[in-house]
Design a binder for this molecule. Sequence first.
Ligand code: SF4
Length: 189
Amino acid sequence: MNLARILYPVNVLGPGRRIGLWLCGCSRGCKGCSNPELWEQRPEYEIEIDKVLYLIKKISDTNKVDGFTITGGEPMDQAKDVAALLKQIRIISEDILIYTGYQLSELKTRNDIWTNSIIYDAAVLIDGAYVEDQNDGSVLRGSSNQQIHILNDKLGDRYQNYLSDAHNQIQNFTTKDGIISVGIHHPTF
Ligand code: SF4
């Protein structure tokens, strides 16, 4: 899979201390996208799923992992690999939140086993392209046209509570390549 980064603990994209994964590659080109550096896939970001799982296990062996947030880039453009990854990481936590520029209804019409598998294993899907004019501080959503679909009923209360209490926050990670700012940024950022 083409994966740009794994960060932990991500506290601002879903409840708890989460592992965040940023996939690389998206052709949508939304104006004001906060991750344009992830539009193009890069050979140096190619990594086998087993290696991703190894890194995740290294984190989860010694840290509390409350869930996963998978974003990008466009995760659903790598549906086969993401589906395979989800089957393994849901053993660590079923709280798997995925951001996609596609709409859930659109994904359902794809009718391929990998997309269907992701929809089955994801707990929450936040769908729809980013529309800069509609970035109004909605919790967890880059813009208010996006919808939060809670797909795993077991996590319904958890997310309803989180959404009623939380507000968008920013979290900065220092890496060897510089600072990575995570969260739903204000459009003027
Ligand atoms: S779908 Fe997401 S990653 Fe792709 S351009 Fe739009 S905001 Fe950026």
